[in-house]
Design a protein around this ligand. Structure first.
Ligand code: UP5
Ligand code: MG
Length: 190
């Protein structure tokens, strides 16, 4: 697999904006590989990695894990895959993440989705999730939202300036949102 054959989509949006939910639908309909950066980090914690406690503490605090760590996990999954179309969910979260990906992987995303959702709705969804995530409590959610506003929106603006950003209204039902996502991927099918 060469770099030029890759089709990379970054999927951005605040905590609970529905990134994971919509990625599952994109996978079903358009045959992408879904790599959630948060999921890869949680898996690293569960695997008793030497970095597990550092990652766990960072996630509990709603902060961003060092870029090198996250990019290596994404890189490993990309190399293991036979597919060439990737949805990278919840990454890059800040400028450092973005630059580390460019440097280590040597590629830029083809497109970037941004799920735009009101804060109250995101908080409601995360608190309703009930899957035992260590960061799904009101204190950590507040921190996640702060970090999102302080860091992630810069990345969103960067891709907007490059003409790569597709902003999606992330309110409504899962199905309604997917009908806004579908045309983006239909246009890029190859
Ligand atoms: N839901 C979904 N769509 C709905 C709809 N339309 N109407 C009503 N409910 C809806 O959805 C959240 C919940 O809402 C679910 O219960 C869902 O059923 C429901 P989901 O699709 O899970 O939203 P998502 O945007 O994926 O929310 P998530 O909580 O996963 O987002 P985060 O960005 O906060 O979490 P992530 O796993 O990406 O990161 C967790 C932490 O890992 C970060 O805070 C950070 O500490 C660390 N991290 C890094 O350090 N670096 C990285 O690169 C990535 C993560
Ligand atoms: Mg998620």
């Amino acid at each position: 697999l060469t770099l030029k054959d890759l089709f990379i989509t970054f999927v951005l949006g605040g905590p609970g904006s529905g990134k994971g939910t919509q990625c599952a639908k994109i996978v079903e309909t358009f045959g992408y590989v879904h790599l959630s950066a948060g999921e890869l980090l949680r898996r690293e914690i569960a695997s008793n990695s030497e970095y597990g406690s550092m990652i766990l503490n960072t996630i509990k605090d709603g902060k961003i894990v060092p870029s090198e760590m996250t990019v290596r996990l994404i890189q490993k999954e990309m190399e293991l895959s036979n597919n060439h179309k990737f949805l990278i969910d919840g990454f890059p979260r800040n400028e450092e993440n973005r630059i580390a990906f460019e440097t280590i992987i040597g590629a830029d995303p083809d497109i970037v989705l941004f799920f735009n959702c009101p804060e109250e709705e995101m908080v409601k969804r995360v608190l309703n999730r009930n899957q035992g995530r260590v960061d799904d409590n009101i204190e950590t959610i507040k921190k996640r939202l702060q970090v999102f506003k302080a860091s992630n929106l810069l990345v969103v603006d960067y891709y907007s300036d490059k003409g790569k950003l597709f902003e999606i209204d992330a309110t409504g039902t899962e199905e309604e949102i997917f009908e806004r996502v579908r045309p983006v991927f239909a246009a890029f099918q190859h």
